[in-house]
Design a protein around this ligand. Structure first.
Ligand SMILES: NC(=O)c1ccc[n+]([C@@H]2O[C@H](COP(=O)([O-])OP(=O)(O)OC[C@H]3O[C@@H](n4cnc5c(N)ncnc54)[C@H](OP(=O)(O)O)[C@@H]3O)[C@@H](O)[C@H]2O)c1
Length: 176
């Protein structure tokens, strides 16, 4: 999946944030913005793999624009690094290793509690960003490594989606 973050002022006079990906856009609609005083307050998203790169940049970008962002990471030090940014809308959540399905219930519970505290209803989006992996000739492919990639990129995200479906439905959410 390719997630590209852009600033899109075409949606109205107020600043708005949009995520675009192959053939689509997740944007704060004018109606959403109007309901929330011109800012996407009340909209919450969960992004996986926020220790670095696109995930981290997207988490910071959306949090600074008023989204509540649940930024999942595998390691405590990465959660602390996100917390040290001092961005009140950015909520680091750990551990979430998508190859360890047992991590998911605690993540769901943290998100549920934080949404309750913030009086927010459901999730506006889950952004399946976590990943990585190695590429190369088929002959040299390590099948154990490939299995881990499948778990992290396919099985884990499906399990995560299953667990968050009620919150996604509640928030009229979408999956990237
Ligand atoms: N950068 C590009 O040009 C590009 C192009 C096409 C697609 N993508 C995709 O975009 C996504 C982000 O890319 P990036 O360049 O920002 O990569 P990155 O900096 O390497 O970040 C990958 C993130 O995924 C996390 N992650 C890896 N395995 C995980 C697992 N099993 N469970 C949970 N989290 C895991 C990493 O956590 P740790 O720090 O704990 O390892 C890290 O936070 C990836 O899915 C990548 O395939 C990137």
């Amino acid at each position: 999946m390719v997630v590209r973050v852009q600033h899109d002022d075409s949606l109205g006079q107020q600043p708005s944030a949009a995520l675009t990906w192959k053939g689509g856009t997740m944007a704060t609609h004018n109606r959403d913005l109007a309901l929330r005083g011109g800012r996407p307050r009340g909209l919450a998203v969960l992004i996986t793999g926020c220790s670095s790169g696109i995930g981290r940049a997207t988490a910071v970008y959306l949090a600074q624009r008023g989204f509540t962002v649940f930024a999942t990471v595998r390691r405590q030090k990465d959660a602390e690094s996100l917390g040290a940014l001092g961005e009140p809308n950015l909520v680091p959540v750990h551990p979430l290793d998508l190859t360890v399905l047992d991590h998911i219930p605690a993540v769901v519970e943290v998100v549920r509690q934080k949404l309750d505290e913030r009086e927010q209803a459901g999730l506006y989006a889950i952004i399946n960003n976590a990943g990585g992996g190695s590429f190369g000739p088929l002959e040299l492919m390590d099948l154990d490594d490939f299995r881990t990639q499948l778990e992290a990129r396919l099985l884990g995200p499906v399990a995560l989606l299953q667990a968050f479906l009620p919150m996604l439905r509640q928030g009229g959410g979408r999956v990237l």
